[in-house]
Design a protein around this ligand. Sequence first.
Ligand SMILES: NC(=O)c1ccc[n+]([C@@H]2O[C@H](COP(=O)([O-])OP(=O)(O)OC[C@H]3O[C@@H](n4cnc5c(N)ncnc54)[C@H](OP(=O)(O)O)[C@@H]3O)[C@@H](O)[C@H]2O)c1
Length: 284
Amino acid sequence: MNVHPIPTTLTKTILPPTYSYTTLIMAESSTNSLPLQDRVAIVTGASRGIGRAIALHLASLGAKLLINYASNSAQAHSVAAQINTPSALRAVTFQADISHPDQVKSLFDAAESAFNSPVHIFVNSAAVLDAKYPTLAHTTLEDFDRTFSVNARGAFLCCREAANRIKRGGGGRIICLTASLVAALIPKYGAYTASKAAVEAMVKILAKELKGTGITANAVAPGAVATDMFYAGKTEETVKKLVEECPLGRLGEADDVAPVVGFLASDAGEWVNGQIIRVNGGCV
Ligand SMILES: NC(=O)c1ccc[n+]([C@@H]2O[C@H](COP(=O)([O-])OP(=O)(O)OC[C@H]3O[C@@H](n4cnc5c(N)ncnc54)[C@H](OP(=O)(O)O)[C@@H]3O)[C@@H](O)[C@H]2O)c1
């Protein structure tokens, strides 16, 4: 490793002139065992799929987790059980529908009281997809409203609560899951894609509005990822075609997405702010 003197005018922390990057890295690794040690994170839609992988990954980085779910309590409890140890409560579960403002508020109340700490990291992974894949001409008002209620209104309620309650002064993170479909604009995903486009616009504006708080806001936009949402209503031929179209020749896994969220949540990810990170193996 190259050792360079640190120009003190360029570092956030003023160090004695004899310090080098090597010294800094060694000092950091001996005092900070894990990048998210004891930070409190809420992950919505963490009972299954990508949200579950994100919750487990953030826990592996040292965070304490509130595992949100809509109805699958058994799966949410099993995620928490993988994180908790007999001697340490590091994960709790909480049922809340993110399209209801009171329930979103309760998510934060529950996390703060469970861990006796403000929330540092908020990840909104909960969403729904109309597995009938209708064209816009055949999308019912009911299906459009349900999609927007969870995906756009839910993300708005989460972002609003997070913007008001996440810890100020460094380490605050808001990360919304959107979709590479916003760039791909494929037919038959109209309402879903539009709902995610709304979230991407909100996140970019939110990052600017949070100026001075030290909180960053970003979106992670996966391509096809092998989860219940992806497989719902798709034929084997459709799945095969999507695999063939991908430069890496496979579907994404939830574990392909979780480390990107982990990086954004960490101090190392601070300079990425107001961005949409598309994570799709080169498909889009
Ligand atoms: N999978 C893909 O190919 C793909 C591609 C691009 C983007 N994404 C995005 O990635 C995120 C995760 O997708 P996924 O594939 O992991 O989905 P998934 O497997 O269908 O899981 C959805 C999760 O959201 C929860 N949920 C649904 N409605 C909710 C509500 N109203 N309030 C609270 N929680 C709710 C579910 O809880 P229950 O278990 O209790 O039902 C579940 O935990 C979504 O934002 C999705 O749009 C996915």
